[in-house]
Design a protein around this ligand. Sequence first.
Ligand SMILES: [Fe+2]
Ligand SMILES: [Fe+2]
Length: 364
Amino acid sequence: MSQNKISSLISHIVTAVSSCSLYSRAHPVVEEFTEKAVGLIDGLFLNDSLSFFLLGASLIINDMPFSEKGIHINNFKKRMKKKKIEKIVIKKGVDLDEFRNFISAMASSDTIASSPHIAVGIVEVKLGESGIDASALLNAGIEKVKDAYSQVSRFKSLDMVSLEDAVIDFIATLKKELNVLRIVSPVKSHNEYTFVHATNVSVLTLFQAESLGLKGEKLHNIGLAGLLHDCGKLFVSTAVLDKQAKLDAGEWVEMKNHPVLGAMYLSKLTDVPPLASIVAFEHHMKFDGSGYPETKKSGKKQHIVSQMVAIADFFDALRTERPYRKALDVPTITGMMKEGSGKDFNPLLVENFLSSLKKVTDVI
Ligand SMILES: [Fe+2]
Ligand SMILES: [Fe+2]
């Protein structure tokens, strides 16, 4: 599938639709771009159909995340949102006349209906059963996190737009696929641990927060805080970060500094919610006041979102194989979590996490 051809198709559609709402469906510009669009479609079918899915902030075209950016792509997504549709599936056999009707329906303020070769609607079935690969949307999110993380430096700001879009993708994925264990991705290589772990902690924290009824901007900020909890690690030397064996005392001191480095970095950025700095600082503290960083205010309780992130962090870290230890299975991890309940973790949150997991999976 050529990304360029898809981009051209989308700009033809958007130009035709915008001209149709500005003038009329009979306007020559509408006709010109409708014809151009139909001319391109033929070469873009995959198994006799061309599908567009809008999930979260991502466009999935023919089951692959479409990462191109631009005014036309954004306009296309906005049009789909405005028409309250998440999918457009164009089937082989579509002709100019049917496409003209589709363009004018997209331009009008009325609800849009499917036609014989153009199906429109909502993606109601869960991911994985709908023909959309659950990992496609997740990968779209992970790519955004990876892009944003690769730009982090002491001197540069974070690409918050990408990170915010990634959180929208994760919230959308959780709505479509309730079993969070099917969403958290395995780490395929050592290099991707940072991004995949950030994603998984965000997803597992959102899962807990949603089960507690949190919504809207609060939920979104919680997802961002999960995503950024370990960003201080980007300022720890790679010699320590990538060491394949256990750390010595000096290296451990450096590693244990990542919550402070992360919180300092995030607190200087104006477009990052303060919650993200709090969570970056507190995610290795424990429910009973132990853990690190040690503060003078002993006995000070962690923020409840830091407590949720601590649970997500523990769960994801142990289920992932690391150079110095094997991955653990879910029942072993949840067993350890129960043991740490009341000491390391907030017991109510452990109970909530485990009972929410039980509702969506039979692994535990
Ligand atoms: Fe950490
Ligand atoms: Fe972590």
